[in-house]
Write a protein that binds this ligand. Sequence first.
Ligand code: ARG
Ligand code: ASP
Length: 690
Amino acid sequence: MKRIILTILLGAALASQARADGGMWLPSLISQRIKDMRSQGCRLSAEDIYSINQASLKDAVMLFGGGCTGEMISDEGLLITNHHCGYRYIQMHSSVEHDYLRDGFWAMNRSSELPNPGLSVMFLERMEDVTDKVLAGVTVSMTESQRDSVVKAASSSLAEAASREGKGFKAEVEPLYYGNIYYLFVYREYRDVRLVGAPASSIGKFGGDTDNWMWPRHTGDFSIFRIYADKDNNPAEYSEDNVPYVPKRSLRISRKGVSEGDFTFVYGFPGTTREYLHSAGVSYVAEMSDPVKIDLRTRRLSIMKKYMDQSQAVRIQYSSKSASVANSWKKWQGEVLGLEKNHVADSKKAFERDFASWAKGGRYDGVLERLETIYSKLNPLELARDIYLETANVIELTTFAYNAGVLAVKKDSAALVKLADAFYKDWVPAIDREVFSAMMTEYDRLMADEFKCPFYKEKMNEYGSAEKWGEAIFDGSVFADRAKLEAALAQGDGFKSDPAYLFATGFSSWYYKDIVPERKKLTLELDLAYRDYMKAQMDYRPKYPFFPDANLTLRVTYGKVAGYSPADGVTYKPVSTLKGVMEKDNPDIFDYNIPQVLRDVYASGDYARVPVCFLATNHTTGGNSGSPVMDAHGNLVGLNFDRVWEGTMSDLAYDPEICRNISLDIRYVLFILEKVAGADHLIAEMKFAD
Ligand code: ARG
Ligand code: ASP
């Protein structure tokens, strides 16, 4: 009896060891996870997901615009991604007469689709373990920086060879598991990508920054583009002669959707995670870096908000700026709460204690001490850098002065004119002045004396206060006035004694002298220590399925549709509906003011239960925006676009209890296309599973 119980316990322990919480898996190794996936309801084979011999689901997925994911939804080049991923391009085509951001845009035929210079998409052709080739020239006696050069040289020659394999090929070698393994990724890049349509922001960005990172959510976060290729279906620069790209694979769309408990998986390009961090790294984020950055951004955002609330024009000028400041600001707050509530640093410490007794006397003895020593030197430097980047480096005028100065020295007047146009169009001096005073006051309070920039001390002595110094800069700089700037530039290097320019260079010369070199040295040491620590963790837990941290390479993650409990006494359901959009609808609140046409459509039929968004336990991060969310059969059921606030610590520690990804239900996309956009011609191109 005892033996049986012991066997059962042991079996359970092993099984739970083999079960990962979260995970972003390499598609080419998905055969290692397929058993677990199938045990959770998946009906596909590993070959269906990733194959080098035939078209597989991976061929429908692409890196969109260098930072998002998109997927093919027709065999005539149609792709779908998030509204917030297409935002820049929608904005680029918008003007007062055609405000596509405000009103939406739908090309009713192919000749009305809008080209987007600079936008490209990349499909993964294949990936390959090249560790042996990359490390072939590395010897044990090498220093870390010698190893680094050998690795870089081998990587770039492998990548270069692969990029010559075909038209539009691009290749990269990326380290995984902190450089224990190297993979070659071979992509095909398409550069003629046209805007087909996007809903009005009041649908595509419904809820705005108020609902961002939150559940319940009702955002119709999608936009649609079309890829064009040359007559042979090869990548080509924009040309009127190009034809719609025929993909190796496009996704079938499910009209059935998914419900609570159903298996789902996400294919996409997650940007950065750090799941195997030492406790000192976690504490740095939770106790030093995030709180300081949150505090600084709270001040900056409240200044912006004050002016945005007073003027419609200012609101438009600063909406995109404040949205991007607010996005990370809000995420960091959720991250700190999650790290604290889950005692992540403490559980890392407990793990480290056990690990240390296992490692004692062996080849990894001392690796934790090495990490601790490096962190104790690196953390103060990182904090100084964070403070600099969030204070002196956020002043719009001085940043512009610096960048314009660089272009003036290079005599690149075309770029300078472009930069100046963009700057003056959306610059409100009163906001920037107030931000300057607030940030310089905070700099004084937060920056440790030993790191305070000498230029800062000198100027504060001279002017006595941040306000006075600010006045001297904002009243005295030619960069604050376009006409004066042009006159100064005509004179040659007249700008070099300008107070805004001097401010920027004063800080940056400190940064490049006092922070950058030492930080680089310590980061290299840290990389080396992590390479050992990562390997050690894998040896210590041989049965645990370690996934490589995200690095903007293609991954598969899987989970189930599930709600969660954000607080005691509260549970969230995993599905939101159009009824909820109507409940939030309020013409007086900018973020919740839906277009009249949606109100009319709603009133005209029985649409309360149209699904809008759903939650699942897929482990995702920034870069997964726009990723296809698929059901057990690989049919498209949604578009990933966000995570819940309480679970944003998943970048450092995934907790299946509260980490959820938020997806847009594909049926809401179809509803908007049909009822609001009248874009039946697009629906006609799609293939449906049911
Ligand atoms: N939080 C999401 C992400 O990190 C969506 C951001 C766009 N939406 C917004 N309201 N700013 O990208
Ligand atoms: N919203 C993120 C993105 O744009 C996704 C996330 O961080 O969950 O990629």
